[in-house]
Design a protein around this ligand. Structure first.
Ligand SMILES: [Zn+2]
Length: 361
């Protein structure tokens, strides 16, 4: 698929979202005007969002070769499973503060776009690391914490960037957010893991040093049944999307799971490229608009963070799919950070009011 076709699809889907897809007739009109795509014109019973979701799947299928007929699983009812992750990958290597600072400055300074050197030096001097957070090749996977100005009850937002080593714009946004956080007293409590896959970043590969796609390696409930099957049958064994020999086989996956277990986020943000959209796996909320990226629901995959955390564990995941080049517009992404914080607050209120209703019943 050409870039033009992708843009046409994204435009068409944004149009569907804005117009609300009121009628079958208007859907067919839209399909006719973007004639590079074959949208199934069979009327679908149900609500607008069902229709929208269906076309979101079409988009993903066109871009990633996903079969849109694949059933998306229903969110699990039986609560958290992440603490049941496999143990045994904890690595013994310890890093000094200077080693963390040096690794941080080296990687973070290499991301595209302008940044404030003094702020980055502050961030890289104030890092932490969990015991399991050592990459397959022995690099530290550090993180930056910024507590909320609120005394208690702050929403906790965990952000991962550079899960895919060749998506360097995601690192630039994480750097921009961490630098900004270092000079403000935020409403939410933030944790940023700016380079989850440092070995992949060094080689500029999507996968980690073992050739595993970390975002297909999470132990979703359907991993054993579907992850390798999906990779073989739908992806024709595309090496960029290898889910690993077994669920949670990779140190980067375990590190990320340990962050989830330790930080207990109310929402997870995962920053990627290059689709240019915002994809939310979580409860239904009204999304604040961000002019640079439309909200488009794409569904999840076996072993992906969204399937593992939202479908299996009821922790919402906001996937930010940047366009590949954000160099000139990093300040615009401050606004996206505020929007993300707003989503976390809304989600938290939504789930709290749900709990209240349950309690009242
Ligand atoms: Zn990615």
């Amino acid at each position: 698929m050409t870039r033009t076709q992708k843009l046409a699809l994204v435009g068409f889907l944004a149009c569907l979202m804005l117009q609300g897809c009121k009628s079958e007739e208007s859907k067919q009109d839209s399909a006719q005007t973007s004639n590079q795509i074959e949208i199934d014109s069979t009327p679908k019973a149900g609500k607008d969002e069902d229709l929208f979701k269906k076309h979101g799947d079409k988009l993903k299928e066109k871009i990633e070769g996903k079969d849109s007929s694949e059933q998306q699983p229903k969110p699990s009812e039986d609560g958290a499973t992440w603490s049941k992750r496999p143990k045994g990958l904890l690595q013994s290597r310890k890093f000094s503060e200077d080693e963390l600072k040096e690794a941080c400055l080296e990687k973070m300074a290499s991301f595209p776009g302008k940044y404030d050197k003094a702020l980055l030096a502050d961030v890289c001097s104030d890092l932490q690391i969990l015991p399991s957070c050592v990459s397959r090749n022995g690099q530290p996977i550090y993180h930056y914490n910024r507590p909320s100005r609120r005394k208690d009850g702050a929403e906790r937002i965990l952000t991962f960037a550079v899960t895919h080593g060749d998506e360097i714009a995601s690192g630039a946004v994480a750097r921009s957010w961490a630098n900004r956080l270092s000079r403000i007293s935020p409403r939410n409590e933030w944790r940023i893991v700016p380079v989850l896959n440092p070995d992949g970043y060094d080689k500029k590969t999507r996968t980690n040093a073992a050739g595993v796609d970390v975002n297909r390696n999470y132990p979703s409930k359907d991993w054993d049944e579907f992850a390798l099957k999906w990779w073989k049958e739908k992806k024709k064994e595309d090496p960029r999307r290898y889910p690993g020999p077994k669920a949670a086989s990779e140190p980067e996956t375990i590190c990320s799971m340990d962050h989830i277990e330790e930080f207990k986020p109310d929402m997870i943000i995962s920053i990627h490229t290059p689709l240019g959209l915002l994809d939310f796996d979580g409860p239904k909320v009204n999304f604040p608009q961000f002019s640079k990226l439309p909200w488009i629901s794409l569904g999840t995959y076996p072993g992906s963070l969204g399937r593992y955390m939202w479908h299996d564990n009821k922790v919402p995941v906001l996937t930010i799919e940047l366009k590949s080049n954000v160099d000139q517009a990093l300040e615009k992404f401050d606004k996206l950070q505020d929007i993300s914080g707003q989503v976390a607050l809304t989600v938290s209120k939504t789930s709290k009011s749900g709990e209240d209703k349950k309690a009242a019943n």
